[in-house]
Write a protein that binds this ligand. Structure first.
Ligand code: HPA
Length: 287
């Protein structure tokens, strides 16, 4: 084993530069004419279809954008859809990059920064997760009030890019209190039960062990999942107002006496997509 084997990919891979982000943004802008997005919709399992509802659509594949990584997770298309949705100019990400695909958090957050350069100031991020809070049920929607990320390098490791934000960004209000109130109002109007809780990031791809889930609960988590946090940190750094909503697709490991499966998570995500999407569209409309 040579010395470099002791480093993680994060430590050896060169970081992106501001010019890289600008190059990606310029390439996308060349497809968009005068159109500029105001809202980034970063959609997790089950909600990618909202991209197909976008009107006056322009699609740009991640594979065609310089510096972009491919999205390899099942059910993730790997493209942006730009256009109008519920009266808002949106950039919908059909497919996101997860660290478990072999990407760094910086890779996972890359798109958020590019879309910020194109003008978006609001990010709506969704995911599927396992419920840690035993008062929750599978199928519950949860507004993310805060997150816990204890593992792994972060998306801001490396030289700070001052054009995006400060070296030591405040994380007191990553998930906008204003947007959370708005989402609660929309949920009330739609008579949807909406929980509010803390999302704890685990890198995956293996589901957590029951002991990890118990630890997460003691630490204050209500749900555990493998996405969202890399993007949310980078998005908070560069000044997005963020709304995060989780579908608790299953009870986390050890809560129920049954094993977890990726198929079950995807099935639940599909099954609850109508409620989930109507909440997200309601919020989008009211932004
Ligand atoms: N753990 C982590 N990620 C998940 C889960 C889970 O139980 N369910 C859906 N995504």
């Amino acid at each position: 084993m040579n010395k470099s084997d002791f480093f993680t990919a994060d430590a050896v891979k060169p970081h992106f530069t501001y010019d890289d982000y600008c190059e990606s943004a310029d390439m996308i802008a060349a497809h968009l004419g005068d159109f500029r997005p105001e809202v980034l919709l970063l959609l997790g399992s089950g909600l990618g279809f909202l991209g197909d509802r976008v009107e006056a659509r322009t699609c740009v594949s991640y594979a065609d954008i310089p510096h972009f990584r491919a999205s390899t997770a099942p059910g993730h298309e790997g493209r942006f859809v730009f256009g109008e949705l519920r009266g808002k100019r949106v950039a919908v990400m059909q497919g996101r990059m997860h660290c478990y695909e072999g990407y760094t958090m910086e890779d996972a957050a890359y798109a958020c920064r590019v879309i910020r350069l194109l003008g978006a100031k609001t990010m709506i991020v969704t995911n599927a997760a396992g419920a840690v809070n035993t008062e929750y049920s599978a199928g519950d929607l949860m507004l993310i009030s805060d997150h816990i990320k204890l593992f792994d390098f972060g998306p801001l490791w490396g030289p700070n890019i001052d054009e995006f934000g400060t070296r030591f960004p405040d994380m007191s209000n990553v998930y906008s209190p204003r947007l959370r109130e708005l989402a609660k109002e929309v949920a009330r109007e739609q008579e949807l039960t909406l929980r509010e809780g803390v999302y704890m990031y685990f890198p995956g791809p293996q589901f957590e062990t029951p002991a990890e889930v118990r630890a997460a609960r003691i630490l204050g988590a209500d749900a555990v999942g493998m996405s969202t946090v890399p993007e949310a940190i980078a998005a908070a750094h560069c000044g997005y107002e963020i709304l995060g909503v989780t579908l608790c697709a299953n009870m986390a490991a050890g809560v129920l006496p049954q094993p977890l499966s990726g198929e079950e998570v995807n099935e639940m995500a599909e099954q609850y997509a109508p409620h989930f999407s109507s909440l997200i569209l309601g919020c989008l409309e009211r932004l």
